[in-house]
Design a protein around this ligand. Sequence first.
Ligand code: FAD
Length: 369
Amino acid sequence: MENLADVRDSVRRLCAAFPGSYWQALDRESAYPTEFVKALSDAGFLSALIPEEFGGAGLGLRAAGAILEEVHHAGANGGACHAQMYIMGTLLRHGNPEQKARYLPGIASGELRLQAFGVTEPTSGTDTSSIATFARREGDDYVVTGQKIWTSRAEHSDLMLLLARTTAREHVRKRTDGLSVFILDMRDAKGDGLTIRPIRTMMNHATTEVFFDAVRIPANNLIGEEGKGFRYILSGMNAERLLIAAECIGDARWFIDKATAYARERVVFGRPIGQNQGIQFPIARAYAQMRGAELMVGRGLDLYEAGEECGAEANMAKMLAAEASFGFASEYDVERKFRETRLYQVAPISTNLILSYLAEHVLGLPRSY
Ligand SMILES: Cc1cc2nc3c(=O)[nH]c(=O)nc-3n(C[C@H](O)[C@H](O)[C@H](O)COP(=O)(O)OP(=O)(O)OC[C@H]3O[C@@H](n4cnc5c(N)ncnc54)[C@H](O)[C@@H]3O)c2cc1C
């Protein structure tokens, strides 16, 4: 899998077995693409970022981005499983050797799913430091009480990366202190304090709300140091933004391919509609926007892979790529893709918050919130 052209080609071949009709049927039933996710796992694509010593492919972020871009370019939906690729990054970077040995090989083989990320709560929304879910130390366990919302894929995951308060906000110096990250084994916790309820959304995204009623997590499932969790979560966000941006580039390519093919083939007034500039120009504009966004994604990936600061580029890439991927008739999948890609105006970070980031950290304007 060293050559990205080979990686892209294998992803395309795999996705060809999952055509529009497969996704349309799931979409009608709001069902999870179990077979697709299994095929991607079995082919090793979802373990791209896991080092070889733990059974993964040991590839970099650029390769992971290429995989997700091709999944979306093929009309498939990586949102069903993309988090299996990158959530483990927090464990990889900040977990201890015992935790990595315990979980990473199973995640790499696909036997264990770590694709639920419990951060957002109903009352805190974008303001992560205001989360209220609390993990209280009791002997060898932490006891968790609270609620998460928009916890995607929780019903299709064995483990959850959970962010909870371990010290009350009024007792910490900085509001981002006192938050801790845990690996929660949901197989043990379901029926023992953990309740998961699906939320229906305009796109088929398997998202849920999760309730914690004195859920016990063994203390050795705390990642890194207690109270430093916010920093650990932040360290994975640039990677997440760049990967989602790559998906949006794939969506944009898919829309442009579909639009171009239809404009060539549909004949009205004795000529293809694509011969009219009124039809050509919006498609050409979409293409230019996609290529511009792609350059920014590439720049972000270069900086990330060189170990350099890439916050501004990752944010700009995610914003530009989400804006470049747009799309109505259900039978052509365009309407489904339009709904699916709309999500990325909001998650994992909204466009407003990206603009705030650029204003504050790049343009030096005062923080607005
Ligand atoms: C389908 C879906 C799946 C998701 N999956 C997950 C997941 O798996 N795990 C997880 O933890 N989270 C997930 N999220 C949460 C997502 O990443 C956002 O963080 C979350 O939706 C934001 O909170 P909110 O919707 O309550 O919006 P709010 O925080 O209430 O914001 C509402 C609006 O106000 C704007 N706004 C807020 N503050 C500011 C400000 N300071 N400046 C300018 N504008 C501002 C926002 O941009 C937004 O437009 C998901 C969300 C959705 C919709």
